[in-house]
Design a protein around this ligand. Sequence first.
Ligand SMILES: NC(=O)c1ccc[n+]([C@@H]2O[C@H](COP(=O)([O-])OP(=O)(O)OC[C@H]3O[C@@H](n4cnc5c(N)ncnc54)[C@H](O)[C@@H]3O)[C@@H](O)[C@H]2O)c1
Length: 361
Amino acid sequence: MSAADPAAAHPAATASGRPGPVTVPPFAVITGAQVQHALQGRERQITELVEDTYRLHSAGDSVNPPSYFLRFPDRPSARIIALPASIGGPIRVDGLKWISSFPENVAAGLPRASAVLILNDHDTGYPFACLESSIISATRTAASAALAADWLSRSRPRPARVGFFGAGLIARYIHTFLAGNGWSFDQIGVHDLSAGSAAGFRGYLEQSGATGQITVHHSAEQLIRSSDLVVFATIAGQPHVSDLSWFGHNPVVLHMSLRDLAPEILLGSVNVVDDVEHCLKASTSPHLAEQLTGSRDFLAGTLEDVMAGRVTVPAGRPAVFSPFGLGVLDLAVGKYVYDQVTRSGQLHVIDDFFHELRRYG
Ligand SMILES: NC(=O)c1ccc[n+]([C@@H]2O[C@H](COP(=O)([O-])OP(=O)(O)OC[C@H]3O[C@@H](n4cnc5c(N)ncnc54)[C@H](O)[C@@H]3O)[C@@H](O)[C@H]2O)c1
């Protein structure tokens, strides 16, 4: 393995359309430590990148086929999802996120999710990087949550009471991204089925210097009723919150775990998704609402519709954001990390990774 000359290693030299022979790009491996270093403290920048990527996707400058779910009869709670995608614009890269969810890991002290991201060169199709991607995935998810919190609350008083329903790694990243985008709260509520997770999250909040009073709520109802911004980040497989009256104060709801809310809640709310075709699948709450009503009329539109002013989010109803999570976001954040690491001169290239390069030897 060697630290490469950035100019030589950078496949954008061909991808950017610069003249020159088409060559096989060097293959690099980027570790979790490098990913974290490239992203840390850049919450605003990454949130803007995610915003731009939603715009590119909406303008049709992307290919984002359905995710493929690999499931196992002998391990029913586990899955590995493949998210292939291609993004144009200034990013111009193809690739694949391959992300496992093994919920039993948590009891063993390991994170639930693990992932790699492969980036493929636009011109030759050759993979040119493999990046640790649990951090990239959590980062793009948290950035999309912070972006939605901002856009969905523009027509109402900015929420000063946040509630985290499910307090794992994604909740932590979302809090970091909210804080990094300038949010501060008078009250922070936490509710989790596991007392250990609630305590761990509380510890993180205290250590992060978060201002505001922290309360662990043992009742789901209490958490929702006392939060103007509710973040769902559980691993629930089916709806467990079904009483619309808990949302009578019209909170903004970031429904990141997608399967917590009964269709009745969505039918009483303004619903915004990241991508309609993606989100109305795989027994998500919006999918259940479509099955119940036989239509998609309960959807107001996508987050990009809100950003572009085609959809307004009235203050008189709960506003629910349900993002399926798009592979194009992983590509955008992954390419950002790749470029940062390349610029720093720390790109670790695997010499001779591609070996059989002459057709006839
Ligand atoms: N929409 C997206 O783009 C996107 C992206 C990444 C992750 N996610 C989702 O975010 C969720 C959280 O991921 P994570 O890595 O933080 O998981 P995690 O396992 O680290 O944390 C989940 C927490 O939720 C708690 N929990 C489970 N069921 C609950 C319930 N009914 N009520 C209250 N608490 C409950 C668990 O005890 C645990 O502490 C997952 O569902 C994941 O699929 C969504």
